[in-house]
Design a protein around this ligand. Structure first.
Ligand SMILES: [Zn+2]
Length: 437
C-alpha cells in the first residue's frame, strides 16, 4: 500500500475534519503538545491496543497484564535514574523568552523566533512533571507523573510473582498514559507531552536473555506486518555501542519511514538485570527468584518491547493514506487493515424510501457486536467517499432489488469493485474480512 501522498499537513487536516484528533482545549486557544481523540480516533486507538494485547498474549510464554498508577513517589524515579538523568539540554532566548532544545537550534545563529542573538547558557531540564500529594508540602509529599510505564511493572514484579501463579520466563504487559514535559513537542502525535505507551517487560534467566531478545525482535516485526504496514517502510536499526544505555546489552529500534525521515516506532531492549537490581537496592528488598534446579537465587534479566500508541496511530494513518482519481475527482482513502479500521462496514439504503429495511440489517449487526455505521445522508457516491476517507473497508447497499432477491450490493474500499451478497451472508462476510491477515 502506498503512502507517498501523505504529508503531515494532510493527516492533521483529515484528523480534525473527520473527528480523529483535536487539539486539546481548542476552544481556549489550545494546550501545546496535548491532544484529544474524537469518536473515530478513540475507536482506532482502541483497536490498536486490542490488537497489541491479543498479540502479546498469543504466544507460548505467559504474558500477564497490569495497570499501574500514573503517580509515582520520588523513590521510584530516584531508583530508575529518571530523577537524576532524565533531562534534555535546553536554552532560552533572553530577548523573546522562547525556550528551545539545545540540539534543535544553532547557537551560533540568531533566534529563529525573534531574530536576535542573546542565548542563555545550555542547562539541563528534567522532563518529569512534578506535583505534591496532600495538603502538607514537604519532601515526602513530592510525586511525579510517570514518564514511562515500565517502572510500574518492575516495582510490582514481586507482587505479581507471589500473588499470581506464574514462573520465569514470563512477561508483564501494560498499556497506559505517560507524561513528559517536552521542551519542543512536534510533528503532531509524534512527540507529545501526554501520550500512551504499550510496554511489555519479559523476565528470564540471564543465560536466556539473548535468545528471547532475538525472538521478541522477530515477533514485534511480525506484529507490524500483521497491521498491514508497508514492509519497505519498516526497518530494524540496531543501536551502536555508544548509543546504548550503560546497563543495556542490546537495543534494536523498529523504524518507520515517515515523511520527516526514518524515526523510531518501537524500541526492543535487552536490559540485563539492571531494573530489578536497582529497585532491590533502593528499596532494600530481595527481588531475586529462587531456582529449584540449582537451589539458588538469581535476579531475572529483562527484555523490553516498548511502543507508543499515539505514534503507532500516526504511523498507521501515514501508511494507509492514499489519493487516487475517481470520475475525474481526487478520492482520499485510508487503506486501514479491517481489524484496525474504526468501522468494519457501513450499511446504506439506496433511497430514504427503503431506509427502514436497511436499518434493520444495521441494528442486527450492531447488536451482534460488529462495528458498523448507518449512513443515509447524501448521494451514494458521496457516502462512499465519506467512508473511504475514514477507512471503512466495505459498504453494503440495500436497494430496490434487495426486497425480492434477499441480497445487497457490497462495495470494496480498495478495489471499488461491487458484488451481490445474500443478506444472510453478511455476517460471514464480515467474519472473513476481520480474520484476513
Ligand atoms: Zn528570540
Amino acid at each position: 500500500m502506498s503512502s507517498s501522498k501523505a504529508t503531515l499537513e494532510k493527516i492533521v487536516s483529515l484528523c480534525k475534519r473527520r473527528g480523529f484528533v483535536y487539539q486539546s482545549g481548542e476552544i481556549y486557544s489550545g494546550l501545546n503538545g496535548v491532544y484529544d481523540f474524537g469518536p473515530l480516533g478513540a475507536l482506532l486507538k482502541h483497536n490498536i491496543k486490542n490488537k497489541w494485547l491479543t498479540c502479546m498474549m498469543s504466544f507460548a510464554e505467559e504474558v500477564v497484564l497490569v495497570d499501574g498508577s500514573l503517580l509515582g513517589s520520588a523513590d521510584v524515579w530516584k531508583a530508575s535514574g529518571h530523577l537524576d538523568n532524565f533531562s534534555d539540554p535546553m536554552v532560552d532566548c533572553l530577548q523573546c523568552k522562547k525556550r528551545y532544545r539545545a540540539d534543535d537550534v544553532d547557537l551560533e545563529k540568531n533566534c529563529p523566533h525573534c531574530g536576535n542573538k542573546n542565548w542563555t547558557s545550555v542547562r539541563q531540564f528534567n522532563l518529569m512533571f512534578k506535583t505534591e500529594l496532600g495538603a502538607m508540602a514537604d519532601a515526602t509529599s513530592v510525586a511525579y507523573l510517570r514518564p514511562e510505564t515500565a517502572q510500574a511493572i518492575f516495582i510490582n514484579f514481586k507482587n505479581v510473582m507471589s500473588s499470581y501463579r506464574v514462573k520465569v520466563p514470563f512477561g508483564i504487559a501494560q498499556i497506559g498514559k505517560a507524561f513528559r514535559n517536552e521542551i519542543t513537542p512536534k510533528q503532531f502525535l509524534f512527540r507529545m507531552r501526554e501520550f500512551e505507551q504499550m510496554e511489555m517487560e519479559f523476565f528470564c534467566k540471564g543465560e536466556d536473555a539473548d535468545r528471547f531478545f532475538e525472538l521478541w525482535v522477530e515477533r514485534r516485526k511480525q506484529f507490524f506486518m500483521q497491521l498491514g504496514l508497508t514492509p519497505e517502510r519498516i526497518r530494524l536499526r540496531p543501536h551502536a555501542s555508544d548509543e546504548l544505555a550503560h546497563y543495556s546489552k542490546a537495543c534494536i529500534d523498529v523504524e518507520y519511514d515517515f515523511p520527516f525521515g526514518w524515526k523510531e516506532l518501537e524500541g526492543i531492549a535487552n536490559r540485563a538485570d539492571f531494573d530489578l537490581t536497582q529497585h532491590g537496592k533502593h528499596a532494600g528488598k530481595d527481588l531475586g527468584v529462587f531456582d529449584d534446579a540449582t537451589k539458588s537465587s538469581y535476579v531475572p534479566h529483562v527484555v523490553e518491547c516498548s511502543v507508543g500508541v499515539d505514534r503507532l496511530f500516526l504511523t498507521l494513518l501515514f501508511d494507509a493514506y492514499d489519493e487516487d482519481e475517481v470520475d475525474g475527482e481526487t478520492r482520499t482513502v485510508l487503506r486501514l487493515h479491517p481489524a484496525i479500521a474504526p468501522f468494519t462496514a457501513a450499511i446504506m439504503p439506496l433511497s430514504s424510501k427503503i431506509s427502514e429495511q436497511a436499518e434493520k440489517i444495521f441494528l442486527h449487526l450492531k447488536t451482534k457486536g460488529y462495528r458498523v455505521q448507518f449512513d443515509d445522508g447524501g448521494s451514494i457516491g458521496k457516502r462512499y467517499r465519506r467512508q473511504d476517507e475514514i477507512g471503512t473497508p466495505v459498504c453494503f447497499t440495500y436497494d430496490f432489488d434487495s426486497e425480492t432477491d434477499g441480497k445487497v450490493t457490497v462495495r470494496n474500499r480498495d478495489t471499488m469493485q461491487q458484488e451481490r451478497v445474500a443478506i444472510d451472508g453478511i455476517e460471514d462476510y464480515l467474519k472473513n474480512l476481520l480474520a484476513k491477515n
